[in-house]
Design a protein around this ligand. Structure first.
Ligand code: BGP
Length: 454
């Protein structure tokens, strides 16, 4: 039922969550401290030519040693919700095998500090930092990783379940499967066949299921869990019934791998037709796990593809963007704010998700400098404002968007782009570790305070 009293200038609902996001490997640094094992990114970043400027994750934002001041800064900016991830190789340096108590102790200290600063944690169990030891035993191509993840998830949820109530199983499956084992641009940088890549997706889906199972088993009262997906998003060229129907058909087709698979009944016929002999091997009971009901869906939304009705009988026509279409410095990050509106609306209408969080949204630029104590990132303020408008519009249209986490709190290690690509609303000087909130941080503070798109 659409609330007709919710207008363009209405504040966001009282229950709407505003937050910021980051991930263990990207900000913690301390890559080999207190018994942490090597991750595939620690390994990959040392292979010449894989990461811009040969940047490693060794120090990053040194958040491992500075989290207390970082949470003080967050609190001073009015941030009350923070999405972070736990570094698997800190907990189990080899992925399985021996537990590292110092890793658990670190996250206890971190949660203590968040408590003191009045910040609620939203914890992702896996944000890409697979222990290298597991990679050497097959990584995501092997069920060894699934078993190891099940134990890791059980351990983490048992340990922190009394203090963490919002859990995210995995971050962006296609990035650590397809891009990592198919295209080879992300760690571990392999180029495998389609059959192998489809199998990595299947193993990731199983781990998602184990994450849900672990939270149900050990999360305690009030625990909630969901997946964070980076679905391929379509935006209808015109908001006419024909273009909307085309965009929806494209969306369903493109997202068969993950969103189409987590509903528990096995892979969709359309998916099996598409992959043919390259279909993943499925064992009995796999979909009992994969299809476990969740409490919410997390979406990381950055960009989209424009789709219109097919001109000559096709169901849709996906348009390639002209070279002068506006984008951020990340080459893939074309500016399409309506992505948020359409992704959330389609997930609600096509898959029935009734609690959706934007778990990431943001933009990456190079060469953002502190001048006279300020970083005037009006480009990011504009990105943020345009996207928040679309969140607001979705809510006005009855789409259940319950929260928004901005990527990222602070400039950090942007995977193969290293430190040159800045996504933060807080500037990090990687030489001195000095933090400077950018104009966009102050803008977001005002938005969170007034609960209005200012
Ligand atoms: C998402 C990741 C984040 C973050 C962001 C920016 O895919 O979940 O960890 O890195 O994208 O993208 P990138 O660093 O690939 O430019």
């Amino acid at each position: 039922m659409i609330d007709t009293t919710f207008t363009y200038s209405s504040p966001f609902p009282d229950t709407f969550v505003f937050g910021v996001a980051a991930a263990s490997a990207q900000i913690e640094g301390a890559a080999f401290t207190d018994g942490k094992g090597e991750s595939i990114w620690d390994h990959f970043s040392r292979i010449p030519g894989k990461v811009a400027n040969g940047d490693t994750l060794d120090v990053a934002c040194d958040h491992y040693h500075r989290f207390d001041e970082d949470f003080a800064l967050m609190a001073s900016l009015g941030v009350k919700h923070y999405r972070l991830s736990i570094g698997w190789p800190r907990i189990f340096p080899q992925g399985d095998g021996e537990l590292n108590p110092a890793g658990l102790a670190f996250y206890h200290r971190l949660f203590d500090s968040m408590d003191r600063h009045g910040i609620t944690p939203w914890v992702t169990l896996f944000h890409w930092d697979l222990p290298q030891s597991l990679e050497e035993r097959g990584g995501w191509t092997s069920r060894v990783t699934v078993d190891a993840f099940a134990r890791y998830a059980d351990t983490v949820v048992r340990e922190f379940g009394h203090r963490v109530k919002n859990w995210i199983t995995l971050n962006e499956i296609r990035c650590f499967t397809m891009l990592a084992y198919g295209y080879g641009t992300k760690a571990p940088g392999r180029r495998e066949s389609a059959a192998v890549v489809n199998q990595t997706f299947h193993h990731a889906l199983l781990c998602h299921g184990h994450g849900v199972r672990a939270v149900r088993a050990f999360g305690g009262e009030g625990a909630r869990v969901g997946l964070t997906d980076n679905c391929d998003v379509s935006v209808p060229v015109t908001e006419s019934p024909a273009d909307i129907a085309a965009a929806e058909a494209w969306f369903l087709d493109k997202n068969l791998h993950v969103l189409g698979a987590i509903h528990g009944k096995g892979y969709a016929p359309a998916y099996l037709d598409r992959v043919g002999a390259d279909a993943p091997r499925v064992e009995p009971g796999d979909f009992d796990l994969i299809g476990l009901p969740t409490d919410f869906l997390g979406l990381n939304i950055y960009t989209a593809t424009y789709v219109r009705a097919g001109r000559s009988g096709e169901r849709y026509d996906a348009l390639s963007l002209p070279p002068n279409y506006p984008r951020a410095d990340s080459a893939w990050l074309h500016l399409v704010p309506q992505a948020i509106y359409w992704a959330t609306r389609m997930c609600h209408e096509l898959y029935g998700h009734d609690a959706i969080y934007i778990t990431e949204n943001g933009c990456g630029y190079n060469d953002e400098r502190v001048v006279n104590g300020e970083v005037i990132d009006l480009h990011r303020r504009d990105y943020l404002r345009n996207h928040l408008r679309e969140v607001h519009r979705a809510i006005a249209d009855g789409v259940p968007v319950d929260g928004y986490f901005l990527w990222s709190f602070i400039d950090n290690y942007e995977w193969e782009d290293g430190y040159q690509r800045r996504f933060g609303i807080v500037h990090c000087d990687f030489e001195t570790q000095v933090r400077t909130p950018k104009l966009s941080a102050h803008y977001y503070t005002d938005v969170m305070r007034t609960r209005t798109v200012l």
